[in-house]
Design a protein around this ligand. Structure first.
Ligand code: PMP
Length: 443
């Protein structure tokens, strides 16, 4: 008998008692390689005493001070660190408690920006199918994950969506990567013109798509074209880097590789590495000045905004990433992971695609490799692989294959940035066995 809602007879869940490095141990003593950081969160692994010490120190000074009364040294230092680490000119940081909160704040910030400029007619946020931006109602409204939206449809706003830049699924036979990138980006211009630019607040996209489609990076040039289109029509560009930011793809921000500066950007999972719940909205000086020189401040706020303990933990995590030179390891181990996945699954009859960037990698499962036919959603193949993997002592993050019949199930891998080469090999070996065992069990 349990009173915990997330545990049920259908979903009994082992009880985690210890985290150390890339491993979580349950109460029976069984060890699991945390190859997905939970939901791409645990970026420096578990149990780093440097974070523990930073949080203890902060707690002995001050644990909580509401942001309508005070700022804190922890919040100031974290914001300074993030702006200094950002190679693109993002100048101000609004700190909240989760990725969904960050997305909600980002879209409200964009709306207020236009209001301050006297453009009150701008009310629509264009986003993309096969995306995930969070589970709160505003974030679900701009998200493109039908199964997560379905039960709450009547609560949601029908925000406009375009097709993502997802070459495996949408590039045409014989189309060059460059042509496809432009064609995919131009869908945004078509949508803006259809809606009327005077009605559009922002375009919102994950720089590398995480939970819904599984580690999908856009083709080179896509986001540069998107930036041009946004500028042409006065539409703000919001990049959601809740999952792919904070170093996950091998650069501090994933948009560095796209050579693009958004107006607003969200960070969360790898920001605090799971040591505390924390997320950030970064914005340009232009967005900030327009709001602050307008009605005076952002009409928003949460009780736990910029929580000092969370800020202290996140700052410690970010300093560890810098001081231990972990982004170099993300790039090296990411290349190894990609290579090992290709070797193991490149010719697998039920793996259609191996893809990703840095230590955000995925395999997409298909019924028929040549036709790229997804498995029927009822087979819950991703969930079956997760179950086999857990039995084998491996944590992987599955995505359900119910995306309007277009894209299949995938399994996402997001090991810690300090993972070693041996562990990468072990992850791929265990994943290979889990995939084959799940398929064999289903017959
Ligand atoms: N945006 C993206 C890109 C995400 O991957 C997620 C979480 N999977 C969210 C937003 C929502 O974050 P949270 O679960 O912390 O609310």
């Amino acid at each position: 008998m349990t009173h915990v809602f997330h545990r049920s007879p259908k979903n009994p869940l082992p009880l985690a008692v210890k985290g150390a490095g890339a491993y979580i141990t349950d109460e029976t003593g069984k060890r699991y390689i945390d190859a997905c950081g939970g939901a791409a969160v645990s970026c420096i692994g578990h149990g780093d005493v440097r974070v523990l010490e930073a949080v203890q120190r902060q707690m002995s000074e001050i644990s909580y001070a509401h942001t309508s009364f005070f700022t804190s040294a922890a919040a100031e230092a974290l914001a300074d660190h993030l702006c200094a680490a950002s190679p693109v000119p993002l100048d101000k940081v609004y700190l909240v408690g989760s990725g969904s909160e960050a997305v909600e704040a980002a879209i409200k910030m964009a709306r207020q920006y236009h209001l301050e400029r006297g453009e009150a007619s701008r009310k629509l946020v264009i986003s993309r199918h096969q995306s995930y931006h969070g589970n709160t109602l505003g974030a679900l409204s701009v998200g493109g994950n039908p199964p997560r939206r379905k039960p709450y449809g009547p609560f949601l706003l029908e925000e406009p969506k375009i097709e993502p830049c997802f070459a495996y699924r949408y590039a045409k036979e014989g189309e060059s990567a460059e042509d496809y990138a432009l064609r995919a980006a131009n869908l945004l211009e078509g949508k803006i013109l259809e809606l009327g630019p005077e009605n559009v607040v922002a375009f919102l996209a994950e720089t590398v798509v995480g939970a819904t489609a599984g580690a999908v990076a856009a083709e080179a040039g896509y986001f540069r074209r998107v930036r041009e289109i946004c500028d042409r029509y006065g539409v703000l560009l919001i990049l959601d880097e809740v999952m792919c930011g904070s170093g996950r793809t091998g650069t501090f921000l994933a948009c560095e590789e796209e050579n693009v500066t958004p107006d607003i950007l969200t960070l969360a999972k790898g920001l605090g590495g799971g040591y505390q719940p924390i997320a950030a909205v970064m914005c340009t000086a232009n967005v900030y000045d327009t709001i602050v020189n307008g009605s005076g401040g952002f009409v928003h706020g949460h009780t736990y905004s910029a929580h000092p303990l969370a800020c202290a933990a996140a700052l410690a995590v970010q300093k560890i990433i810098r001081d231990d030179d972990l982004l170099a390891n993300v790039r090296a181990r990411g290349a190894q992971l990609q290579e090992r996945l290709q070797a193991r699954f490149g010719n697998h009859p039920h793996v259609g695609d191996v893809r990703g960037r840095g230590l955000l990698q995925a395999i997409e499962l298909v019924e028929h490799r040549d036709a790229k036919t997804p498995f029927s959603p009822e087979r819950r193949i991703g969930a079956a692989i997760k179950k086999e993997a857990m039995a084998a002592g491996l944590m992987v993050y599955p995505g359900a294959g119910t995306i309007d019949g277009v894209s299949g199930d995938h399994v996402l891998l997001a090991p810690p940035y300090n993972v070693d080469a041996e562990t990468i090999d072990l992850i791929v070996d265990r994943l290979g066995l889990a995939v084959d065992a799940a398929l064999a069990r289903q017959g």
